[in-house]
Design a protein around this ligand. Structure first.
Ligand SMILES: O=C[C@H](O)COP(=O)(O)O
Length: 240
């Protein structure tokens, strides 16, 4: 499995969500680091058919890290979907954490050891310590990573829902427990400098890199390339 070099604060990577092999190739050619298989017509965690994920993995051909959403169910109900996605050969499988208890989280993680990423939704972050505490639970359950995304895809971006302090605490807790960390949620190019500065392992995009800024439209290779350039600029600034 390719290594995304988790928990490396100086090198955030670019995750791009795609809905098929053509978009995967567009993202890859533009320089995306992580190709994420997701159906944008079905909300924040809409799963693609395993055959489509398998085709995306084949198109990427090991030239980038891959991930796939297993669905928006939680707990034991998602276990079969995790196994089905794992069988496609995708590197990482993303599932919602939701209200799953610790036993259900552990069961989910065990379906694809070292390959399951728990997705938290910023809209659920009602207390200051929520995200950081969730990261601790995911690490204890055997997850490989944790990310924060937004559930409502109406254009309200992650930085409008959580403070930089809350996000930094989440990233730090993930790093402390060996979890790869990701931040996403209607992000645009302008969000890259500040969020990169928090040191996540990756920043995730869909809508901001599609035509017209609409996540249901086609992925725009030129916008992906702009995001790649913005991430690299951030790296040079970090290194200075
Ligand atoms: O995993 C990342 C998401 O696909 C981001 O989607 P979005 O930028 O449209 O909120």
């Amino acid at each position: 499995m390719p290594d995304i070099e988790p928990t490396s604060p100086a090198r955030p990577r670019l995750l791009v969500s795609v809905r098929g092999p053509d978009e995967a190739l567009t993202a890859l050619r533009a320089g995306a680091d992580l190709i994420d298989a997701k159906d944008p017509e079905r909300g924040a965690l809409g799963a693609l058919a395993p055959e489509t994920v398998r085709a995306i993995v084949a198109e990427v051909g090991g030239r980038a890290v891959t991930s796939a959403v297993a669905g928006d169910g939680t707990g034991t109900g998602i276990a079969a979907a995790i196994a089905a996605m794992a069988a496609t050969g995708v590197d990482f499988i993303k599932i919602a954490v939701g209200a799953a208890d610790d036993a259900a989280l552990a069961e989910a993680a065990a379906r694809a050891p070292g390959r399951v990423i728990g997705v938290l939704f910023a809209e659920d972050g009602v207390t200051d310590g929520w995200a950081a505490h969730s990261a601790l639970r995911l690490a204890a359950a055997g997850f490989a990573g944790a990310m924060i995304d937004t559930r409502g895809k109406s254009g309200i971006a992650l930085p409008a829902l959580m403070t930089a302090t809350q996000l930094a605490a989440f990233v730090a807790r993930c790093r402390a427990h060996g979890l790869m960390s990701g931040l996403a949620g209607s992000l645009g190019l302008a969000d890259i400098p500040a969020l990169s500065g928090l040191g996540p392992d990756y920043l995730g995009f869909r809508g901001g890199l599609c035509r017209g800024g609409n996540r249901r439209e086609a992925l725009d290779g030129a916008r992906v390339a702009q995001a790649v350039a913005a991430m690299r600029t951030g790296l040079r600034a970090d290194a200075a």
